[in-house]
Design a protein around this ligand. Structure first.
Ligand SMILES: *Cc1c(COP(=O)(O)O)cnc(C)c1O
Length: 463
């Protein structure tokens, strides 16, 4: 994984354990629009506002830590994806990034489809009124009960992940008198993360059926003979936080090759291919994500070209962005607590949340930005590590960043681009109360997922 490079700085160069850091060239008061949601600005007093509301007011009304989700930005991103892919392709929002009933309603209104990968996500989607035919059901170990629920509900597709599941889904569908539309998830031997992709040996994982040794062709053979299944296409998902389209190129080429083999062997041209999600977003100013229309064009061109050379009709393409839609639309607001300067090293800034509301830094060494948002400051930059309040030294929210040196307890700081995989992966570690998600739009803020209470915790603990 590429790390953002901080060029050598004279002040700390000989003492810093991990590379060299120098104060950023940009003004710390500036909010890079790449990493903040679209309606975020600083007002005349220097305080951050989102959807026209100042953070101090949000903190007062909803408390901290809390996630603030810019609803108009979320909707705009949905529309951008839907428009980019047009009527010839389908966009499925990957619900695991962040799902709530409000989000389901927005997706429905903006014309997107939805991926779910558990009974809980399916229940949320159905409860909020997402038409079942617009839902795709994923996962490497769907339970029988989950499959039954999905088939009964009439989900538009189930993505089959193993030989056992091919038999299981067909059996359940037949018993329910349904011919279930399915795709087969294949592993194409490509794994992509951020700026790199690796084109070998990534069949060594729990998901999908390998293309390389003829397993995928065998899976297709079986699926085509089973009465409970209508095989509509092939699915491939190659990684996460991807900027380089080369991995998709290899993946699309291999999937199209499989379609050609299927045509040659069975005389059928499968009508769809799904290229998965994983499109990257800007967590820091060093990241340069592509726009949905560029991604749509790149993927469309690759598939069209490969199909032309294989003499196939171009299948309908689907994609499954999760992070790329919701990630940039939210920030986490924290109140600064203990500040611990370590002379010549860095300053540890503790906040009132941590790994319970953002596990990504601890889990993946993810990078984030951070800004002082309750006021502006002309103080010099200081190198900080933003840490949580949990009993764990790996409880880091932002590993390396700069904040103004006059930072003080009680200041509000915000970490942008926390819309994806933060609330959805939040935990109750140390009996933390999971923060609320507050949707902000046009001067209005409303809770869409409320803050947990001690009562919630105690209710589960039945003694
Ligand atoms: C996780 C996942 C996605 C979404 O990934 P993002 O990085 O959020 O875009 C899409 N499809 C499948 C099958 C996934 O597992």
């Amino acid at each position: 994984m590429s790390r953002s490079a901080h060029p050598a700085g004279p002040r700390h160069a000989d003492v810093l354990p991990e590379g060299h850091y120098s104060a950023p060239a940009t003004d710390l008061n500036e909010l890079d629009p790449k990493v903040w949601s679209r309606t975020v600005t600083r007002d005349a007093d220097g305080a951050l506002t989102v959807g026209g509301i100042e953070v101090a007011r949000l903190a007062q009304e909803f408390g901290t830590p809390a996630y603030f989700l810019d609803e108009s930005d979320f909707r705009a991103r949905c529309r951008a994806w839907a428009d980019a892919f047009g009527t010839e392709a389908d966009v499925f929002y990957a619900g695991k990034a962040f799902l709530s009933r409000a989000v389901v309603r927005w997706l429905k209104e903006e014309g997107l489809n939805l991926d779910v990968c558990s009974g809980g996500e399916l229940a949320t989607a159905l409860d909020a009124g997402m038409p079942a035919e617009r839902i795709a059901f994923h996962g490497n170990n769907k339970t029988v009960a989950e499959i039954e629920r999905a088939v009964e509900a009439g989900v538009g597709r189930i993505v089959l992940d193993s030989f056992q599941e091919i038999a299981r889904v067909s059996h359940i569908a037949q018993r329910l008198g349904i011919r279930q539309r399915v795709q087969i998830r294949v592993t194409v031997g490509v794994e992509a993360h951020t700026h790199e992709f690796i084109a070998t040996a990534h069949e060594d994982q729990k998901f999908g059926i390998a293309l390389a040794d003829g397993q995928a062709a065998e899976a297709v053979r079986r699926a085509l003979t089973l009465d409970g299944l209508e095989l509509i296409g092939i699915h491939s998902h190659i990684g996460s936080q991807i900027f380089d389209m080369a991995g998709f190129e290899v993946s699309a080429r291999r999937v199209v090759q499989l379609l050609a083999e299927i045509r040659d062997e069975h005389g059928v041209e499968l009508p769809e291919i799904d290229l998965g999600g994983g499109l990257g977003i800007a967590y820091t100013s060093d990241d340069d994500p592509r726009e949905p229309h560029e991604i749509a064009k790149a993927l469309g061109d690759i598939v069209t070209r490969e199909c032309e050379s294989a003499g196939l009709r171009t299948p309908r393409i689907s994609v499954e962005p999760g992070r790329a839609i919701v990630g940039p639309t939210a920030f986490t607001l924290y109140e600064v607590g203990t500040i611990k300067p370590l002379e010549g090293l860095r300053t540890y800034v503790s906040v009132d949340g941590g790994m319970s509301d953002n596990i990504r830094t601890a889990l993946y060494d993810a990078e984030y930005s951070v800004a002082l948002v309750s006021r502006s400051s002309e103080a010099a930059p200081m190198l900080v590590r933003v840490v949580g309040k949990h009993c764990e030294s790996g409880d880091i929210v932002v590993k390396d960043a700069f904040l103004p040196a006059d930072l003080a307890p009680g200041d509000l700081i915000a970490v942008p681009a926390t819309g994806a995989y933060c609330r959805s992966m939040a935990s109750n570690y140390n009996h933390a109360l999971r923060p609320p998600v507050v949707a902000v739009r046009d001067g209005q803020a409303r809770v869409i997922v409320r803050r947990e209470t001690e009562e919630d915790l105690l209710r589960l603990d039945v003694g």
